[in-house]
Write a protein that binds this ligand. Structure first.
Ligand code: TYM
Length: 332
């Protein structure tokens, strides 16, 4: 049995892109893999949230995992900051990562924007910590959305650099697990940019916390065009907003985009948007209600995270001991 590792940042505004590109797949995979699902709060620190928000968001993301169907009895669910191996291994990897590799990372360029000189070191070194997340557990597969592909390639390069530097075959290269469908959900306002937690427009995304009225309103306001839906995705390739909505429908209805196009061929967007809203609500509303009920008693979530942290530490400390031995640290 392989081992999967994945995580979502502890920030507000997490959305159906996170659900379709990551969480939904984890729920299915947890039956076939030993599974470790992290709430990556150290990564969130790069945006310096207030301590109150940090705590709230860690619990909210944990609640979303469980509400979506992650079974904490079976899978390990924990906050990254509870396992110090992530930072320790992150440092070791920092010393093996040429700056040239980091300079290629497009996500840093996007996030730092024009203010590169003011961006913090954490944001720049972010993919190195991500490699440490995965490799501290020697995970074999990493289920993520398309936007994380470059970071996973870097994690593989770092694993290779460690093995070469120390003349060992310690790390196997982790495999990205990126599904073809719904791996890149786009903004509801602009079909050429990714749905993202940091988009200033609330109308660009559907969040886990949106009730059915909010979902209906956001879908009604989602950008489309005046033409009817066409029979194939190819025929609609110059209509990114339209195609994105059909992709979201297909993902929630468990069909291919081709099937969704055929189903709605000739229809205008008004009736389609009603059906799309119903599909989203059918999946997301039970998750939202479960999250609300879980968050009423944070002590239950905290107990799950404590147990998960203990199990995660057990694996990571054992690996870190081996890694420290390989690196040559004196084991006093
Ligand atoms: P984060 O928190 O930005 O996103 C969490 C997961 O959601 C996926 N995702 C999307 N999928 C489809 N369409 C979208 N619009 C969309 N937006 C986000 C992401 O691909 C991701 O799978 N660096 C990571 C977190 C992380 C991690 C790790 C992941 C830290 N360490 C180790 C895997 C393994 C991140 O910021 O994800």
């Amino acid at each position: 049995m392989g081992r999967i590792f994945s995580g979502i940042q502890a920030t507000g505004n997490f959305h159906i892109g996170n659900y379709l590109g990551a969480l939904r797949n984890w729920v299915k995979l947890q039956d076939s893999f030993e599974s470790i699902f992290c709430i990556v709060d150290l990564h969130s620190l790069t945006t310096l949230p207030s301590p109150e928000n940090m705590k709230t968001w860690i619990r909210e993301v944990a609640a979303s995992y469980i509400a979506a169907g992650i079974n904490p009895e079976k899978s390990i669910v924990f906050p990254q900051s509870a396992v110090s191996a992530h930072c320790e291994l992150g440092w070791i990897f920092s010393c093996l990562t040429p700056l040239g590799w980091l300079n290629r990372m497009t996500q840093f360029k996007e996030k730092a924007g024009k203010h590169k000189e003011d961006a913090n070191l954490g944001l720049y070194a972010y993919p190195v910590l991500m490699a440490a997340d995965i490799l501290a557990y020697k995970a074999s597969h990493v289920p993520v959305g398309e936007d994380q592909k470059q970071h996973l390639e870097l994690a593989r390069d770092i694993a290779g650099a460690f093995n070469r530097q120390y003349g060992v075959e310690y790390f196997e290269l982790p495999e990205p697990y990126i599904l073809k469908t719904a791996s890149r959900i786009m903004s509801l306002r602009d079909g050429t940019s990714k749905m993202s937690k940091t988009d200033p427009s609330d109308y660009s995304r559907i969040q886990f916390t949106d009730d059915p009225d909010a979902v209906a309103l956001k879908i009604r306001k989602a950008k489309t065009d005046a033409d009817p839906i066409q029979a194939t995705p190819d025929a609609m390739k110059d209509r990114p907003e339209a195609l994105n909505l059909l992709g979201i429908y297909a993902a929630f209805a468990d069909m291919t985009v081709e099937e969704a196009c055929l189903k709605f061929e000739g229809s205008t967007f008004a009736p389609f948007k009603k059906e799309l809203t119903d599909q989203i609500v059918a999946t997301m509303e039970p998750i939202r209600l479960k999250m609300i009920s879980l968050l009423k008693d944070p002590s239950e979530i905290d107990a799950i995270l404590k147990k998960g942290s203990d199990r995660a530490n057990e694996i990571a400390i054992k690996n870190m001991n081996e890694i420290k031995e390989i690196v040559g640290f004196l084991r006093v």
